[in-house]
Design a protein around this ligand. Structure first.
Ligand code: GDP
Length: 175
């Protein structure tokens, strides 16, 4: 879809999760179909757009990336303001990023809107040989917290589209 096409809805969604879990690469994969092996050095909020057709409606999703702010615990309520969805990301090869999810969920509930749609994402599924978090652990947590869940690989472009679309479709259904 072209950037300038008239859209029916504009949704804001945010990416959250520990540093280096792959948030930026998930976003660039979804928005531009690009992947980058370097961790980006930039600091500051960034966002990207993508237009998605759901039924006969054209939705413009504006997706925000923390761009490194989580390293300084500097994510504030303004990051969440107006967001209708969040992709909560951990890295399946680093257990600590899974253990942080409790903290992230607490923050989401504190700063996010009440109807915020959260999709839990275990990224780097291409690195299964280094796995520290089982698929079942992700599934159980999602079930417990009533979230959608999937494992993705931004590198191999596995399930990335599905994760974002799941979030966006759900937002649309609730709106
Ligand atoms: P962020 O800090 O959460 O935004 O993480 P980045 O997107 O900057 O990614 C951190 C590092 O993990 C970079 O070196 C990426 O190339 C790498 N990375 C991100 N996603 C994947 C993935 O799905 N598979 C693999 N193997 N590496 C990934």
């Amino acid at each position: 879809e072209s950037f300038d096409e008239e859209c029916d809805y504009l949704f804001k969604a945010v990416l959250i999760g520990d540093s280096a879990v792959g948030k930026s690469n998930l976003l660039s994969r979804f928005a531009k179909n690009e992947f980058c092996l370097e961790s980006k050095p930039t600091i500051g909020v960034e966002f990207a757009y993508r237009n998605i057709r759901v039924g006969d409606k054209l939705i413009k999703a504006q997706i925000w990336d923390t761009a490194g702010q989580e390293r300084f615990r500097a994510i504030t309520s303004s990051y969440y303001r107006g967001a209708l969805g969040a992709l909560l990301v951990y890295d399946i090869t680093r257990k600590s990023t899974f253990e942080s999810l409790k903290k992230w969920l607490k923050e989401v509930r504190e700063f996010g809107s009440r109807e915020l749609v959260v999709v839990l994402v275990g990224n780097k599924s291409d690195l299964a040989q280094y796995r520290e978090v089982n698929l079942e652990d992700g599934r159980s947590l999602a079930q417990l917290e009533d979230l959608s869940f999937m494992e993705t690989s931004a590198k191999e472009n596995l399930n990335v589209e599905e994760a974002f679309l799941q979030m966006i479709t759900r937002i649309y259904q609730l709106s």
